[in-house]
Ligand binder design. Structure first.
Ligand code: HAS
Ligand code: CU
Length: 567
């Protein structure tokens, strides 16, 4: 009995050996390299998307590799928004808590996650490359893709849930060994993000398993487009926080130290994560303000709820600005804005993350416009929306991860960062390129240029007749895309240069976990935020309260539409 107990205790507290840590690093490296390879392909196709708007049709040059703009658009969206993010985030959220808690993660499950995600990605990639599934990254039925595509995406989504169990297992082992203590911050943030994603994935998971997969396999012959869309957006809104929150982990828990300071408040960081968890789930129908079949009263309620989801990001803006100011002043910054110039701008990792935050001021402001039902009617389905998400997921999420990679790759491989100067150039070009794109895309969108339109395939006079008035904005969209692509080329030189560069004992930098000015010791807020099981239940109940009235009319008046293949 006592032998069993002590065995159990030693498993709970097993401090990982150097060999264990090396194994964890290999695992994270596999996730990140795969994710960034997908991003490279996605970015290359992105150039074709932005030149399309400038009126230059490059697609014919890529025939038969890429047959249409819509095939390119599907691949661009899936590779960047799902494959890149899911791989990098899954590895990141398992590795950081393991190192913070100094516990061994369940490596079998971690590698299984990787294998399943890779299998799903390859299946979906096959469905996209053979041009059977140009259904756009939102998978809008009744556009009909192949079973390879839908089953592949299903596996990717299932795999993305598994890291939650790796993290919860470590958290419960740690809590058993430290009774009464609060979960350390990074683990708290990781667990909240993954619990949020568990509830979020229920929508797309249900859509895939019960609607899309049987339909694509020929087991059912029609589909309900409204039900499918609504299930998609159940997931499709909170997924944006699944992209944002892992970036916030770095912004809150690592960046303040990298910038020479400390995080202002640990309890406030927990509260921001908890609010993101609770508020992001019930608001998916704000992507459906223009859809029929959803009651206007519910659209009004969702508008109010969506505006509240901006609150945790506003808390973040002030908390992080103050933390950065503290860092800048410690580095000698004086006067009103001297702290800003005193930040370590030459450090590409810091520059990337601070620039990402700057871009997010504009991305977030655009989101608040979208959130309002009335204003969304002006911008919905125009180029404004891609402009919004290139400043959020395209800049905030991606640029933070690029910045993280500048210390993470040396940390994982023991190799020096290849050309810190080039890294800094890549960051600035990515930022300037996408800010330019974002500015011009918002402008063109307000003038009514539609999103997802192969405008460059029109004869030139027809293109000019339709879009001539906004041609300057559309040319700037093309230029912004080209600048960002140049940044990406430099980024990948640094990325591969580091992966295949010199080994150097000093390169193995430690994870820059930050200190806090106000810790969570004795904080009522932190105690209230701690019971994550209870908060998951509360969030689920609120989500159902909003969604049951949304689904009820759809379930009682189903639509049966045949599938279409329009390309
Ligand atoms: Fe969004 C559409 C509403 C945030 C991504 N969004 C999209 C789509 C994507 C996306 C991909 O309500 C398109 C989907 C499609 O294909 O159809 N979004 C919001 C709101 C927020 C928001 C209210 N979105 C995001 C984030 C994304 C993302 C984050 C990805 C990561 N979005 C919408 C709506 C639609 C939509 C509607 C549907 C529109 C339609 O018609 O289809 C909020 O979360 C935003 C809150 C953010 C802030 C900014 C805080 C600022 C910070 C930086 C501080 C700077 C510092 C630096 C500290 C309030 C944290 C110091 C600097 C100094 C100068 C001192
Ligand atoms: Cu949304």
């Amino acid at each position: 009995m006592s032998a069993a107990l002590s065995n159990n205790a030693s498993r709970m507290l097993a401090v990982p050996t150097a060999q264990d840590i090396a194994g964890e690093k290999t695992m994270l490296l596999a996730f990140w390299v795969t994710g960034f390879l997908a991003l490279a392909v996605g970015i290359a196709i992105g150039v074709l998307q932005s030149t399309n708007y400038a009126g230059i049709d490059l697609y014919p040059y890529l025939y038969p590799f890429l047959k249409t703009y819509y095939q390119g658009l599907t691949m661009h969206g899936v590779l960047n928004a799902y494959v890149f993010t899911f791989f990098t985030i899954s590895g990141w959220l398992m590795y950081l808590p393991a190192r913070e808690l100094k516990l061994k993660p369940n490596m079998g499950l971690a590698w299984f996650t990787y294998a399943l995600m890779l299998l799903g990605t390859l299946m979906a990639a096959y469905g996209m490359f053979d041009n059977s599934s140009s259904v756009l990254y939102t998978m809008y039925a009744p556009l009909k893709g192949s079973a390879w595509f839908y089953l592949g995406i299903t596996l990717v989504v299932v795999a993305s849930i598994l890291p939650l169990f790796v993290v919860l297992d470590m958290r419960s082992r740690w809590k058993k060994a430290h009774p009464g203590q609060l979960t350390p911050l990074v683990t708290y943030m990781s667990a909240t993000t993954l619990l949020m994603w568990l509830l979020a994935a229920l929508g797309a998971g249900t859509e895939a398993v019960f609607l899309l997969d049987p339909w694509a396999l020929g087991l059912t012959h029609t589909i309900d487009p409204l039900l499918a869309r609504t299930l998609f957006w159940w997931t499709g809104h909170p997924i944006v926080y699944f992209w944002l929150m892992p970036g916030y982990v770095s912004i809150y828990a690592l960046l303040p130290r990298q910038a020479g300071g400390k995080l202002i408040s640990d309890p406030l960081a927990r509260m921001a994560f908890l609010l993101l968890f609770v508020f992001s789930l019930p608001v998916g129908t704000h992507h459906q303000y223009t859809d029929p079949g959803i009651s206007p009263i519910l659209k009004g309620i969702v508008t109010a709820l969506t505006l509240s989801v901006a609150v945790p990001s506003l808390i973040t803006a002030f908390t992080i600005a103050l933390s950065l100011e503290y860092g800048g002043r410690r580095r000698g910054g004086k006067g009103l804005m001297g702290w800003w110039t005193a930040l370590p701008w030459k450090d590409a990792s810091v520059a990337a993350q601070v620039l990402a935050l700057v871009s997010f001021i504009f991305g977030g402001a655009g989101g608040i416009v979208n959130a309002s039902w009335q204003l969304d009617n002006v911008v919905h389905n125009t180029l404004w929306i891609p402009a919004h998400f290139h400043l959020t997921v395209g800049t905030m999420t991606t640029l933070v991860f690029m910045g993280v990679s500048f210390w993470l790759l040396p940390h994982l491989t023991g190799r020096k960062l290849y050309s810190p100067k080039l890294a800094l150039w890549s960051v600035w070009l990515w930022f300037l390129g996408l800010m330019t794109w974002g500015f011009a895309g918002h402008w063109a969108g307000m003038d009514g240029v539609p999103r997802r339109a192969w405008v460059s395939s029109l004869p030139h006079d027809q293109y000019m007749q339709l879009y001539g008035a906004v041609h300057p904005a559309l040319i700037i969209v093309g230029i912004g895309g080209a600048i960002a692509a140049l940044g990406a080329i430099l980024y990948y030189i640094v990325f591969f240069g580091t992966l295949f560069g010199q080994k150097n004992a000093k390169a193995m930098v430690e994870i820059p976990f930050t200190d806090y000015i106000t810790s969570s010791e004795g904080s009522v807020l932190a105690r209230v935020a701690e019971p994550l099981g209870l908060w998951t239940l509360i969030t689920f109940v609120i989500t159902l309260a909003v969604y049951i009235p949304v689904f009820w009319p759809m379930l009682t008046h189903p639509i049966h539409a045949p599938g279409f293949v329009l390309w």
